[in-house]
Design a binder for this molecule. Structure first.
Ligand code: EPZ
Length: 430
């Protein structure tokens, strides 16, 4: 089983380039099915979730041609199947975006129900509510969601909870429904806007993405397009906190600073210097960080996907911090691992109380999920001594060349899959 071996203590210094946004790309790839023309998508991140979704799409007849590591040509004229195999949804929940895309275009979709995952139960009742409001019959049989409709008719849909997935999925189905759809209480994340912009570049008529009301006029067909995915604000924020936790000086390039406002605000609050450029941000942390309080909220609030990263950073800040996770019910599992590195943390329900310590000491820890895994790597980079992170397959789902990018900033980190390789790394470090 692959692991990261880290020797902590080096401040991260230098420049790092951010890849395309995984969570925008997942919706955009699914939406590309909705035209029979060829679509070119660029700035795709080369990460496991994207590659698995592309395999799932090929399995139902989408022609996928990799132009480069970060660009694909896709054509869905010969999609013969609207049933996606369970093995794909087991690997990646976001295959459920195929329901909205297939239902919108073919008026039928059969996709396995996504299971829960490590951060919470993650129901999709709001997705189903939206499909039904558009006139689809939705049933669950043998673990599959089967959505079908004679034709889809625009509707006025109110989302009880702000949901990124439901907003994107319903927006896709409504893009080819008859008439007007209004979706209220929408998610406003940059990746929701990116999917809307992509659909509009194919001839859809979607207005208001990025606000809490999206208005859609359905169209008969969608046409070819060439599109480049926005930068990944969560990858960017992860490197920003890695700079903060290791008292480094890092220029994070290929970002949209506007998307990072909540992260930047927190870094300034805990005593970092943050300088914004057109498509880069520079984070410098020269002195001991200060404690703060943070509550995760839908965008533009502080992102839940950045909660573990600030959590591990606050473990080293002077004073006591309170972190409240308001989106998912089980996103503090990494705190037990952090405590094994010497952090003083207490989790009570959806709140973590963190009392900063002068230093963390390296230990063997295991990644409980994608973002918590990345956060434990940050903790290892800041700790004294050696940290081994197990189950790094979670991290590879959403971070392209994670260890290479960290090494280019001076981190002493290696991906190994045997004790021998681990020993070799230790000898190399001396
Ligand atoms: C997306 O998940 C992201 N994943 C998550 O990122 C991110 O944490 C989350 O949005 C919140 O920003 C992708 O985009 C692929 P939600 P999603 O629907 O769409 C509840 C990562 O690290 N809810 O916005 O599944 C849900 O339980 C991943 O890249 C319902 O109750 O999140 C949660 O409490 C982790 N019913 C809240 O809404 C529904 O039908 C927000 O979930 C749907 C959601």
């Amino acid at each position: 089983m692959e692991q990261y071996i880290i020797r902590g203590g080096n401040p991260l210094v230098g420049e790092v380039e951010i890849s395309g946004a995984k969570n925008a790309a997942l919706g955009i790839l699914a939406a590309a099915i909705m035209t029979d023309d060829t679509v070119l998508i660029e700035n795709l991140p080369d990460v496991r979730d994207i590659n698995v979704l592309l395999e799932a799409m090929e399995s139902i007849g989408v022609k996928v041609e990799r132009i480069t590591k970060h660009a694909v040509l896709m054509n869905s004229a010969n999609v013969g199947e609207v049933s996606v195999d369970y093995e794909y949804i087991k690997k990646i929940r976001a295959s459920y975006y195929l329901i909205g895309a297939l239902l919108g275009k073919y008026k039928r979709a059969e996709v396995p129900l996504p299971g829960g995952c490590n951060i919470g139960s993650r129901p999709i009742d709001l997705h189903i509510k939206g499909f039904k409001a558009l006139g689809a019959k939705v049933s669950i049989r043998k673990g599959f969601i089967i959505a079908e409709a004679e034709h889809l008719k625009g509707s006025h849909i109110y989302l009880d909870t702000v949901s990124v997935g439901a907003t994107i999925n319903i927006m896709m189905a409504a893009a080819m429904a008859e008439g007007r759809t209004i979706i209220e209480n929408c998610a406003r994340e940059p990746h929701v806007v990116d999917v809307a912009n992509f659909l509009n570049s194919m001839g859809a008529n979607i207005k208001g993405a990025g606000t809490d009301v999206i208005r859609i006029r359905g169209v008969q067909r969608l046409h070819k397009t060439e599109y480049s995915i926005i930068p990944d604000q969560i990858e960017a924020g992860t490197f920003m906190f890695a700079a903060a936790a290791t008292k480094g000086d890092v220029m994070v390039k290929h970002v949209i600073p506007k998307h990072l406002e909540a992260t930047t605000a927190k870094l300034l609050e805990i005593g970092c210097e943050v300088e914004e450029f057109d498509d880069a941000v520079r984070v410098v942390a020269s002195k001991r960080l200060r404690s703060t309080n943070v509550k995760t909220l839908p965008y533009p609030g502080y992102p839940t996907d950045m909660q573990p990263q600030i959590g591990v950073t606050l473990a080293l800040a002077a004073g006591t911090s309170i972190v409240t996770e308001s989106i998912f019910e089980n996103r503090f599992k990494y705190m037990d691992e952090l405590a094994r590195m010497g952090a003083v943390v207490r989790v009570e329900g959806n709140t973590a109380i963190i009392t900063g310590v002068d230093k963390l000491s390296g230990a063997r820890v295991s990644a409980p999920d994608l973002r918590a895994g990345a956060a434990l790597v940050i903790a290892g980079l800041a700790a004294e001594g050696e940290t081994v992170v197990d189950d790094i397959v979670y991290i590879q789902r959403g971070y392209e060349e994670f260890e290479e990018k960290l090494r280019s900033l001076g981190a002493e980190i290696e991906r190994v899959n045997s004790d021998r390789a681990a020993q070799k790394f230790r000898l190399k470090l001396g």
